[in-house]
Ligand binder design. Sequence first.
Ligand code: ZN
Length: 271
Amino acid sequence: MQEIAIHKKIINVYISDKMIDTHCHIDFDEFDPDRDKVIERAKEKLNAVINSGYGLESNAKALALSKEYEGFVYPTFGFHPVSSQNSPQEEIDAAHKQMIEHLDEILAVGEVGMDFFYCTDKALRARQQEIFTGFIEIANEYKKPLLIHGRDCEKKIFNLLKDYDNIPKVIYHCYGGSLKTARKILDMEDHYLSCSTMVCYSQRHQDLFKEIPIERILTETDSPYLAMTKDERNEPANVALAVEKLAELHEISVDDVSLQTEKNARYVFGI
Ligand SMILES: [Zn+2]
């Protein structure tokens, strides 16, 4: 079994132009009617899909999916800031417990973070930071990669992380902050910026990711979100569109982008 897996990995690295969706939510209800087909389509183009847990229930589903589609779907456990900000402390504590119980099965702590775009209330923002800090401490204590949701507060998050030395890898999922903060992040070893399918249609994201070295980029869809049009449901296979756009922006081949970003993802998440 081991030999076959190793053999397959060598072949993939050597000849395939496959890629990895490092952040999506295929556990969501939106995929209930045809999840199998979505994963089948993903398998045609991708080598792996990382399903990011959104909260207690979503984390459990992500874990179940990783067992059902073993070796293709991988889970991370988190608690999205916009839903956790109003949750009772018992629920936050339960998420900590759930995370610690499944540490060996999850690739990262996340998505966790802060969202100042959706949350403008001062007290709630402070609560988001308090909750986020709790999760940062778990990543730091147990040396797990930290998968961050940060919106309109990327610099604040960057500064918060300065107090922690034991987080092995840091991923800014769907990065959309300034180029200035991006450069600071890139100065940190093993900190990565994740480029979502938004790069296909957002000029701002194109301008940004044109300046980020491919060696520090991960690719993702954030499915079911961030599809090409508002009415569409995004799906992991569409990560190919982000890879194509990155190739265009960096004026290199699609194969070069997919091989490098896959290598980055395997390194960051240890798969
Ligand atoms: Zn997400």
